[in-house]
Design a protein around this ligand. Structure first.
Ligand code: ADP
Ligand code: MG
Length: 829
C-alpha cells in the first residue's frame, strides 16, 4: 500500500541516491581565493546535505552572494555530472546565461565545451558538456521533446524571484517531473534559487509540492548604502536627470564605479553617448561603438532566393496553408521577439545639446552599456577593470538588478522605473510601458552599491513617491493575458491547463476565455458536444491543439495576430500582414485632431490639419477593391507613405500621424520580420521599409487574412426589415454585444456600409464605434471560420454564427435572425 501511496503522491521523499563521489576541479589559486570570499561558499556543506537528502531544495541569497556561479560547481564536485546526466541551469535572461557560462568555465578552468550555454538559436553545447546554462524557454522546449529530461541529473532554476512566466511554468512542470524520475529509478535533483526570501508561492503551495521543500538561506555581507532621494520627481526626462546626477557624482565624489538604472536600450545608448561626450576618453580605445548589429543581409539573400520562385496568384487564402508547418528542430526559445524582457526600442534622433553641463574632461569616464540584447563580447566588458585613470560607469536596464553583479560599484543612480509588458483587455494587444518599479526592486538596485565598501544610492524620485511604490513586484502571470500562454502550453502538450500546478495560478475564468478564443481561431480542436453538461464543461477546458495552433504558437504576438502571420505567407502577403499587425499593435497611429483648441489661432490650424488628414486618409484608402480593406488599408497606406518619406517628424506632423507611434511600427516590423524569418527560414521575408502598395489580388487576400484573424469580431449590418429602432439605421450587430455598433465617420467604409465587416476593437464615444474596420464577403465566413458555422445546428449551438443548409447566416444571440440569401460555397464542413 505504501508503494502505491508513494507512486501517486508528488511528495518529496527522502532518499540518498547520489554516490558520495568528489570530482576534483583544478582552479587557479587566484580564482580559488576570490571564490572563498563569496558568502555562498560558507553554506556549501549545508546546501549539499540538503540536496542529498531532498529531491527539491530552495536557496535564497542576496544578489552577488555567489549562487549562480558557485552552486553549479558544488553539484559538479559532488559528482552530479560524473555519470551520464548533466547539470542544467536556467536563466530568464539571455545575457545571464551566456555570461555566467563563460564565468563558470573560467573559474573551473574548464573549456566552454564542458561548461556551455544554449540560448535561442545560439550556443556552444557539445557532447562533452557537463554544465549547461540556458534560458528558461530553451528548457521548456526540451521538455516538449523529452518530458523526463533524461539528459539531466540536476536542474537549477535561477532567478525564481523574477517570477517570469516561463520560470513559473518550469517549476510547475518540474514539480511533476522530479517525482516521476525518482519513481522510475532515474534520480534527479531540483534546485530553485531566489534573491529574495519571499518564496511562499513555491513552498506553501500544496498543489506544487506536497511537503514544502527545505530553504537554505545564504547570509551575505552587505555594506551600508546611504540613500539620497531627490526633492522633486522628474516626470518625463529622467534620462536627463540621470545624466546630470552622474556628471555631478563624477566631478565631485571620490573614486568608485557608477551604475545607472534606466528602462530600455534606447535610453541606455542615449545616456552613454551624452556621458562620453561630456567626459571624453581619448587614445585608441576599446570604448567606441557598442556593436549595434542589425544585419538583415541573410534575410535579404533569402528574400532574393524566394523571389526567384515565382508563385501563381490566385486570390484565395487557404486555411491549410500556414507558415511554420514544419516547426524547426530544437532550439527555439519562446521568450523571443517582442516578448523581450525590456523591449528593444529603436534609437530615435539626436540628443539635446548638452551645453549646460560640462564635465571635467581631464578624468575620462569609461562608459559601458548593459542590456539584454547586447552582444556577449560587449556584455563581458563590464566585469573587467576599467582602464587605469578612468572611472567605470555602467548604464544598464534592470538586468543589473539581480542577474549580473558588476564589481567595483560604489554609486547607484536609480530612475525608479522599469519597462513592463502590459495587456489591453479590449484589443488583446500587449505593449511595453514604463512604470514605477517596486520597493523591493528599488532596494535591490540600491544594494548594488554596497558590495565591497559602503556606498551611495541616488534615487531620482522623492521619498513620497517611493512610499507609493508597491512593496513587491507581482508574478507576471497575474497581470498578463493567458490566451497566448495557454497556446504555448498546449504546444507543450499540456492539454489540461486548468489542472496545471502554477505557483500562482491565473483565474479559471481567464483560462476558460482563453480556451474559447483559441477554439474559435482554430488553434484548438473543439470538443465534441457529447455526454453530460459536466463532461462537456471538462472537455471545453482540455481542447487539443491543432496543426494551425502549433504554427501560431511560434509567433511572438497575441493569437489573433499570430494567426494572421501564419496565414500571411500566401500570395506574398507577409510583408503587408507584418505591417498591419505592427500598426494594429501600436495603438493610435493618428493624432487626435478633434481635441479642443486653446486659442483661435490653434483652432484654425487644427481645422486646417483636419482637412488635410481627411484628404490623406482618402488617398491612403485607395479606390476600387482596396477601399474594401477599409481602415486596414488606411493603416497600410499610412505606414507605406511614412516610410517613403523617411519616417520624419515633419511628415508625421503634416499628415496627422503620431511620430512616436510610427517609429514604434517601424521597430515592430523589423522585429516581427526577424521572428518570422527565424521560425520559417524558407520564407525569406525581407521588410523593405519602402513597401509598394498591395495588388488588387493581395488586397482580397489581406481582407481574408484579416477575417481569419479577427473572426470573433464579425459584425453584420442590420437589415431594413430588422430595424427595431430608427436610431439603428446603418448600425451593425455583433454576436458579442446586445447594443448595435457603428462604422466611424472617418472610416473609408462609412458610406459604403458593407453587409459584413470585421473590426479591431469597439470604442465608445458619442456612439459605439468599431475601429479598424474591413469589409468581408459572406461566403468567406464558413470557409475561413468553420468553427463559427454549423450546418443545420440544433438551436442551442454555442456557436455565435451559423449558416443553415438553405443558405443563410444567423446570429445566435440576436433575437432577430439574419436572412441573407447567398450561395453556400462548396466546402466540406
Ligand atoms: P548571485 O547569483 O548570488 O547573484 P553570482 O554568482 O552571480 O551571484 O556572482 C558572484 C560573484 O562573481 C560576484 O561578485 C560577481 O561580480 C562575480 N562575477 C560574476 N561573473 C563574473 C565575470 N564574468 N567576471 C568577473 N566576476 C564575475
Ligand atoms: Mg545569480
Amino acid at each position: 500500500k505504501k508503494e502505491t501511496e508513494e507512486s501517486i503522491s508528488n511528495e518529496v521523499t527522502t532518499t540518498s541516491s547520489q554516490p558520495a563521489v568528489f570530482i576534483p576541479v583544478d582552479r587557479s589559486p587566484k580564482m580559488q581565493a576570490a571564490r572563498l570570499k563569496l558568502p555562498v561558499l560558507a553554506e556549501e556543506q549545508i546546501i549539499m546535505e540538503a540536496v542529498r537528502e531532498n529531491h527539491c531544495v530552495i536557496i535564497c541569497g542576496e544578489t552577488g552572494s555567489g549562487k549562480t556561479t558557485q552552486v553549479p560547481q558544488f553539484l559538479y564536485e559532488a559528482g552530479y555530472a560524473s555519470g551520464t546526466g548533466i547539470i542544467g541551469i536556467t536563466e530568464p535572461r539571455r545575457v545571464a546565461a551566456v555570461s555566467m557560462s563563460h564565468r563558470v568555465a573560467k573559474e573551473m578552468n574548464l573549456s566552454t565545451r564542458v561548461v556551455s550555454y544554449q540560448i535561442r538559436y545560439e550556443g556552444n553545447v557539445t557532447d562533452e558538456t557537463k554544465i549547461k546554462f540556458m534560458t528558461d524557454g530553451v528548457l521548456l522546449k526540451e521538455i516538449q521533446k523529452d518530458f523526463l529530461l533524461q539528459r539531466y541529473s540536476a536542474i537549477i532554476i535561477d532567478e525564481a524571484h523574477e517570477r517570469s512566466v516561463y520560470t513559473d511554468i518550469l517549476i510547475g512542470l518540474l514539480s511533476r517531473i522530479v517525482p516521476l524520475r525518482n519513481k522510475k529509478g532515474l534520480p534527479m535533483k531540483l534546485l530553485v534559487m531566489s534573491a529574495t526570501l519571499r518564496v511562499e508561492d513555491f513552498t506553501d503551495n500544496q498543489k506544487l509540492f506536497k511537503t514544502p521543500p527545505p530553504i537554505v538561506k545564504v547570509d551575505a555581507r552587505q555594506f551600508p548604502v546611504t540613500i539620497h532621494f531627490n526633492k522633486r520627481t522628474p516626470l518625463d526626462d529622467y534620462t536627463g536627470e540621470a545624466f546630470h546626477k552622474t556628471c555631478k557624482i563624477h566631478r565631485m565624489l571620490p573614486s568608485g564605479g557608477i551604475l545607472v538604472f534606466l528602462t530600455g536600450q534606447a535610453e541606455v545608448h542615449s545616456l552613454c553617448r551624452r556621458l562620453r561626450k561630456a567626459f571624453p576618453f581619448r587614445k585608441g580605445d576599446t570604448i567606441a561603438a557598442d556593436g549595434e548589429e542589425d544585419d538583415n543581409s541573410e534575410a535579404v539573400k533569402r528574400f532574393k532566393r524566394a523571389k526567384q520562385k515565382k508563385s501563381v496568384s490566385l486570390p484565395r487564402i487557404d486555411l491549410d496553408n500556414y507558415s511554420a508547418q514544419p516547426v524547426d528542430e530544437g532550439d527555439e526559445d519562446r521568450e523571443a521577439g517582442i516578448a523581450e524582457d525590456e523591449g528593444s526600442d529603436l534609437d530615435i534622433g539626436d540628443d539635446p545639446d548638452d551645453t549646460d553641463v560640462k564635465g571635467d574632461p581631464s578624468i575620462p569616464m569609461y562608459v559601458l552599456p548593459l542590456y539584454s540584447l547586447l552582444a556577449p563580447e560587449q556584455q563581458a566588458k563590464v566585469f573587467r577593470p576599467p582602464p587605469p585613470g578612468t572611472r567605470l560607469c555602467v548604464v544598464a536596464t534592470n538586468v543589473a538588478e539581480t542577474s549580473l553583479t558588476i564589481p567595483g560599484i560604489k554609486y547607484v543612480v536609480d530612475c525608479g522605473r522599469v519597462k513592463k509588458r502590459f495587456y489591453d483587455r479590449v484589443t488583446g494587444v500587449s505593449s511595453f510601458k514604463v512604470t514605477w518599479t517596486s520597493q523591493a526592486a528599488a532596494n535591490q538596485r540600491a544594494g548594488r552599491a554596497g558590495r565591497t565598501e559602503p556606498g551611495h544610492c541616488y534615487r531620482l524620485y522623492s521619498s513620497a513617491v517611493f512610499g507609493d511604490f508597491s512593496p513587491f513586484s507581482e508574478a507576471e502571470i497575474t497581470r498578463r493575458p493567458v490566451d497566448d500562454l495557454v497556446l504555448q502550453m498546449k504546444d507543450l502538450n499540456i492539454e489540461k491547463v486548468v489542472n496545471f500546478p502554477f505557483p500562482t495560478p491565473p483565474s479559471t475564468e481567464a483560462l476558460v476565455a482563453a480556451e474559447q478564443l483559441l477554439v474559435s481561431l482554430g488553434a484548438l480542436k473543439e470538443p465534441p458536444r457529447l455526454g453530460s453538461v459536466k463532461e462537456m464543461e471538462r472537455a471545453r477546458l482540455s481542447c487539443p491543439i491543432t496543426p494551425l495552433g502549433r504554427a501560431m504558437a511560434s509567433f511572438p504576438v497575441a493569437p489573433r495576430y499570430a494567426k494572421m502571420l501564419a496565414l500571411g505567407r500566401q500570395q506574398e502577403c507577409l510583408p503587408y500582414v507584418i505591417a498591419v499587425v505592427a500598426a494594429m499593435t501600436v495603438r493610435e497611429l493618428f493624432e487626435d485632431l478633434n481635441r479642443p483648441a486653446g486659442s483661435e489661432d490653434e483652432s484654425s490650424k487644427l481645422s486646417h490639419r483636419r482637412a488635410r488628414m481627411v484628404q490623406m486618409r482618402r488617398l491612403w484608402a485607395g479606390q476600387g477593391p482596396s477601399l474594401l480593406l477599409g481602415d486596414i488599408m488606411v493603416m497600410l497606406g499610412a505606414v507605406g507613405a511614412c516610410e517613403f518619406a523617411g519616417c520624419t517628424p515633419k511628415f508625421c506632423e503634416e499628415n496627422g500621424l503620431r511620430y512616436k507611434a510610427m517609429v514604434e511600427v517601424r521597430r515592430l516590423r523589423s522585429q516581427l520580420t526577424n521572428a518570422v524569418n527565424s521560425v520559417c527560414p524558407d520564407m525569406g521575408v525581407f521588410v523593405n521599409p519602402k513597401m509598394s502598395p498591395p495588388t488588387a489580388h493581395q488586397v482580397v487576400c489581406l481582407r481574408q487574412i484579416t477575417l481569419a484573424g479577427l473572426g470573433d469580431h464579425l459584425a453584420r449590418r442590420i437589415q431594413a426589415e430588422e430595424l427595431l429602432d430608427p436610431k439603428w439605421k446603418d448600425a451593425y450587430k455583433t454576436p458579442l454585444m446586445d447594443d448595435p455598433v457603428f462604422i466611424h465617420p472617418s472610416s473609408p467604409l462609412f458610406k459604403t456600409l458593407p453587409e459584413f465587416v470585421v473590426y479591431q476593437e469597439i470604442m465608445e464615444t458619442t456612439k459605439m464605434y468599431m475601429k479598424g474596420v474591413s469589409a468581408v464577403e459572406a461566403e468567406w465566413v464558413p470557409q475561413l471560420l468553420p468553427q463559427y458555422c454549423h450546418l443545420d445546428p440544433p438551436l442551442e449551438s454555442p456557436a455565435p454564427w451559423f449558416c443553415t443548409s438553405t443558405g443563410g447566416i444567423r446570429c445566435h444571440r440576436s433575437s432577430t435572425f439574419f436572412r441573407v440569401a447567398w450561395q453556400l460555397p462548396a466546402v466540406e464542413m
